[in-house]
Design a protein around this ligand. Structure first.
Ligand SMILES: N[C@@H](CCC(=O)N[C@@H](CS)C(=O)NCC(=O)O)C(=O)O
Length: 253
């Protein structure tokens, strides 16, 4: 994927989407897919993982990715802000369920996956902990440790939260199938399917021909599956089906 630098992107019109360069970061991958599915074109802009990304902070007030900057509007960073922007700018089938109950459920479900203190935030705490065990306390000097609230006392509760969410999601998928739906919300493809597909990569990474992630990242993500007591294979079957029918493979980053 071709990326603009922040300096180049600042002078360009339209939608600029800041993405972590060279890795399939799940927040960034899901954001890319949401805009693509809504037929919104964007200019990819690079963010460097773990770096201070000074120019990006000066431009947007944010150090990490994804960040979407549309024309002169305020930068949008949270998953719901990005989805709202894609819904507003895009065309074609909506990724938001029309039925209110489904919409309320979808927002909650994605938040359990990608929101602050959701599955992926807790998974990251386990990965940071493994980083300290492997490299010693210096690993925590990386700005991501403080920014993503690493706390050595949170390890056990992070594991419990992840296990409990994965077991909830597996039961929910099974119940959806009983009702004749292969989607996470109601009977239609929605943003929840997109979010689970990309975030499941932290739990079980797609094979290298579908996701050419650096070995180091595969190893770090591998910490999640090793740290928990197990997970139902229905979680992976679900995302494989969504990738096969709705999303682009291989991932390009
Ligand atoms: N902006 C998102 C979180 C995004 C996030 O966690 N990004 C990470 C993973 S893709 C990232 O940029 N990591 C690299 C870094 O922090 O330098 C949110 O607030 O919900």
């Amino acid at each position: 994927m071709e990326y603009l630098t922040v300096e180049e992107a600042r002078t360009r019109p339209g939608l600029r989407l800041v993405l972590t360069r060279g890795v399939p970061g799940p927040w960034s991958e899901a954001a890319k897919a949401i805009f693509t599915l809504r037929n919104v074109t964007y200019l990819p802009v690079q963010q460097i993982a773990g770096d201070d990304n000074k120019a990006l902070v000066e431009w947007t007030g944010h150090r990490n990715a994804p960040v979407a900057i549309y024309e002169n509007e305020v930068p949008r960073v949270r998953w719901l802000e990005l989805l709202d922007l894609a819904e507003r700018l895009g065309s074609g089938p909506s990724l938001m369920p029309e039925n209110r109950d489904d919409r309320v459920f979808m927002v909650g479900l994605i938040n359990e996956i990608a929101g602050e203190n959701g599955m992926a935030w807790n998974a990251r705490i386990l990965m940071f902990h493994a980083g300290i065990q492997a490299q010693g306390p210096n690993a925590a000097k990386n700005p991501m440790y403080a920014e993503y609230q690493y706390d050595e006392n949170a390890i056990d509760s992070s594991k419990i939260k992840i296990e409990s969410f994965l077991s909830y999601l597996a039961s929910h998928i099974a119940a959806q199938r009983e009702k004749g739906s292969h989607f996470l919300v109601g009977k239609a493809f929605s943003a929840a399917d997109v979010y689970w597909a990309y975030f499941s990569n932290m739990l079980e990474t797609l094979p290298p021909d579908q996701c050419p992630a650096p070995d180091g990242l595969r190893k770090i993500w591998g910490v999640l599956a090793k740290s928990i007591s197990g997970y139902d294979p229905i979680l992976i079957e679900q995302r494989n089906r969504i990738f096969a029918e709705h999303l682009e493979l291989p991932l390009k980053f």
